[in-house]
Design a protein around this ligand. Structure first.
Ligand SMILES: [Ca+2]
Ligand SMILES: [Ca+2]
Ligand SMILES: [Ca+2]
Length: 435
């Protein structure tokens, strides 16, 4: 799924933010928000309505009554690894009211006062933007405040998507002790084998467990919960792999070092690998996994609509997002415009994302220098192929046919533009996070 738009893991919902800042997905767009009570028509949705106005009269801010416990909460729709919560405080008056408010993240839908705390309680300063950083998993993000009106003009939640969700398909090399493969993605983190939360294979020359993520992601981290009631050393030497080969449980690319079991029952493997299949394999030993969590980013460009300034040599714009990475023009995988003063190609991601990286596959059979000086842009202006914000330096063609531009820009439209030259792109991948 390398589409061009890379989605980042998923979730998204929050209200949209703008700009640069965190390298995670905005999670709050289109979500459901609730709060403890209603005052001054300040409905809870206003904190995720995409309107960042901090003047109460603009109808962009929430408002509760003043009760012993006041709270606002958003349901992200599923569990994410939340990294940052950004709060836009009211600025037309009353900003000190938010002092002492607590941000919480967790999977308890009624945990607005009990889920884990993200960062320090709020201390209002001169800025109306308040940021709390943490690393907490959860579906619910809340702000709670005692004995005071709670008003939030906007809340943005950024995080990473958890890719191993219930309902995915897991398989393994063999079955022992009723330890079926789905147990490693059942949402049960119990590490005592008797609790039926852990998988178990037989002991064969090659033993493996594998999950099918449903589509290809850019995997960043695999978190394994090892059995703790006994036998934890069995997992020593196990290898985590990520790739697009459904039969690649022993051959896909390796994520991190082979496992060395330490004192913790939680083992974290970090890598940056694209793939639909994540496996753990182990030679000559029983393989038991109590839970496996995979975190990563989504490719945003699959199945999208692309346009370009003009058409030459039948190089239609969709060729840059057709999943064909061939860089020989004859293979019909590359776009081609005419040579005009302004030439551009653009993809519509369907909605706004936080774009992190744009990867361009240049033509290699000839003419690769034509791409010199091309500019990658990201933004929400559908006519902004020449005016949206620039992502990275203008392109300088080198020896590689793959050109990478990294940035952190929010937008629905990603374009490549070039003056006075034919524009040809054999594939464009856009990676990022959902908002
Ligand atoms: Ca708002
Ligand atoms: Ca489990
Ligand atoms: Ca292509």
């Amino acid at each position: 799924m390398l589409i061009f738009v890379a989605i980042i893991l998923g979730t998204f919902s929050v209200s949209s933010a703008c700009t640069n800042a965190t390298p995670y997905e905005l999670l709050t767009k289109g979500l459901k928000a609730t709060q403890s009570s209603l005052g001054w028509k300040g409905i809870p949705f206003r904190a995720i309505d995409g309107n960042f106005a901090t003047d109460y009269g603009e109808q962009s801010c929430t408002h509760t009554l003043k009760q012993p416990e006041n709270w606002w909460m958003v349901d992200l729709g599923k569990s994410y690894r939340v990294k940052e919560v950004k709060i836009y405080n009211r600025a037309d008056c009353c900003k000190d009211r938010l002092n002492g408010a607590t941000v919480r993240v967790g999977d308890n839908a009624n945990g607005m006062l009990t889920n884990a705390v993200c960062g320090e309680p709020i201390k209002v300063g001169t800025s109306s933007v308040i940021i709390r950083k943490c690393t907490l998993e959860g579906q619910y993000v809340s702000v709670s405040l005692k004995n005071q009106y709670l008003t939030l003009c906007e809340v943005e939640v950024f995080g990473e998507e958890l890719l191993t969700i219930k309902g995915l398909k897991a398989t393994q090399s063999s079955l022992g002790w009723e330890g079926i493969p789905v147990r490693a993605i059942d949402g049960n983190f119990d590490t005592n084998y008797g609790e039926k939360s852990c998988t178990h294979t037989m002991k064969q020359p090659e033993n493996w467990w594998m999950v099918d993520l449903g589509k290809s992601y850019r995997v960043k981290e695999v978190k394994i919960y090892n059995r703790a009631d006994c036998c934890k050393d069995r997992l020593n030497g196990a290898t985590v792999r990520v790739g697009d080969n459904a039969k690649g449980m022993l051959t896909n690319a390796v994520c991190g070092e082979p496992i060395t079991v330490g004192t913790s029952s939680v083992i974290i493997q970090k890598c940056t690998l694209k793939g639909q299949y994540v496996s753990v394999s182990l030679k000559n030993q029983y393989l038991t996994l109590c839970e496996v969590e995979v975190f990563g980013e989504e490719l945003l460009t699959k199945g999208l609509k692309a346009t370009q300034s003009s058409l030459g040599w039948k190089g239609i714009p969709v060729r840059a997002i057709d999943g064909n990475f061939d860089t020989n023009y004859g293979e019909k995988s590359c776009t081609h415009t005419m040579k005009q003063p302004e030439n551009w190609w653009m993809v519509d991601l369907g909605k706004s994302y936080r774009v992190k990286e744009v990867k361009i596959y240049n033509r290699a059979d000839c003419c690769k220098d034509r791409l010199n000086g091309a500019t990658v842009r990201v933004g929400d202006n559908a006519m902004g192929m020449m005016t949206n914000a620039v992502c990275g330096e203008p392109i300088k063609v080198g020896t590689s046919s793959v050109i990478d531009r990294k940035c952190t820009l929010k937008g629905q439209y990603v374009s490549v533009s070039l003056k006075n030259q034919y524009l040809t792109l054999c594939e464009v991948e856009v990676w990022g996070e959902g908002l």
